[in-house]
Ligand binder design. Structure first.
Ligand code: APR
Length: 254
């Protein structure tokens, strides 16, 4: 493994337009469970029954009680881990341009990344089904389930449910940046959900080096990952960052 980290650091130290694609795995060590694999939410409940827009519209109270209330409890407590903070460091070093995240936890912004594409929206906001007004999740009163807007309409998370379109701007920018990047860091995603899982293929087809960080192999690993770093983000990312810093010119101390 050390060799793969050294080789990844060689490439990242020279990168100027790297893009990261992150999934639930990068937030696991912040206390947020993943969806698939060990401890995954979808091992306990059927996503089509709790995370599909039709299921929500049919039974908003049920989906709030089964999924959204617990999500709020977990996300309220979550803070960035070293996987998130290393990506913010890579932006400061001029290596990483953008994070494309499938996560709705806002931890990349909290860690300091300034360009984050939220492919599946953000749980920090709720939206009224009737008048479309937005309200911060932190201000929603959960004494009443489902919570309602002052107009009486039911509130829903400003996240993308299964069965809904990816926000157009997020999709187009992600495709463009994936096609233009010199390196794609793919961290903590099972690469099972489209169209997010297409981004590494777009990057690869346009000549990018794919560095994948995940304790488990994914459909990308044997097909397109040039440097598969098998392990947890919080174990690998700090070692990768240290190896990159050894290769970066010291800041001008004049
Ligand atoms: N560090 C890095 N990766 C990890 C860690 C960790 N500590 N722990 C788990 N993983 C990996 C798992 O091996 C798995 O490959 O993270 C991945 C998590 O996969 P998913 O739970 O499927 O998450 P994700 O790929 O983001 O799911 C995509 O599916 O249900 C929808 O909307 C949901 O955005 C989500 C989308």
């Amino acid at each position: 493994m050390p060799d793969l980290i050294e080789r990844s650091a060689d490439i990242l130290a020279r990168a100027t337009s790297a893009v990261a694609l992150t999934g639930a795995g990068i937030s696991v060590e912040s206390g947020i469970p993943p969806f698939r694999g060990k401890g995954g939410l979808w091992e306990k409940m059927d996503p089509m029954k709790v995370a599909h827009i039709d299921a929500f519209l049919e039974d908003p109270e049920g989906v709030w009680n089964l999924l959204i209330k617990d999500m709020k409890t977990v996300l309220d407590k979550a803070r960035p881990n070293s996987g998130h903070t290393v990506l913010a460091d890579l932006e400061r070093l001029g290596i990483l341009k953008t994070v494309i995240t499938q996560n709705v936890d806002g931890l990349h912004q909290m860690a300091g990344n300034s360009d984050v594409i939220e492919f599946h929206g953000n749980f920090a906001w709720q939206r009224c089904l009737d008048c479309n007004r937005s309200i911060e999740t932190s201000r929603v009163d959960l004494a009443q389930i489902p919570p309602r807007c002052r107009c009486g309409g039911i509130l829903r998370p400003d996240c993308v449910f299964f069965g809904e379109m990816i926000p157009h701007e997020a999709l187009i920018r992600s495709q463009k940046l994936s096609a233009a990047c010199d390196v794609m860091l793919v961290i903590g995603t099972s690469a099972m959900v489209q169209p997010a899982a297409t981004m590494p293929f777009i990057a690869k087809d346009n000549g990018a080096v794919i560095i994948e960080i995940n304790p488990e192999p994914t459909p990308l690993t044997s097909r397109i990952s040039n440097l598969p770093l098998l392990g947890n983000a919080c174990s690998i990312m700090p070692r990768l960052a240290a190896a990159i810093r050894q290769r970066m010119p010291l800041p001008d101390n004049r």
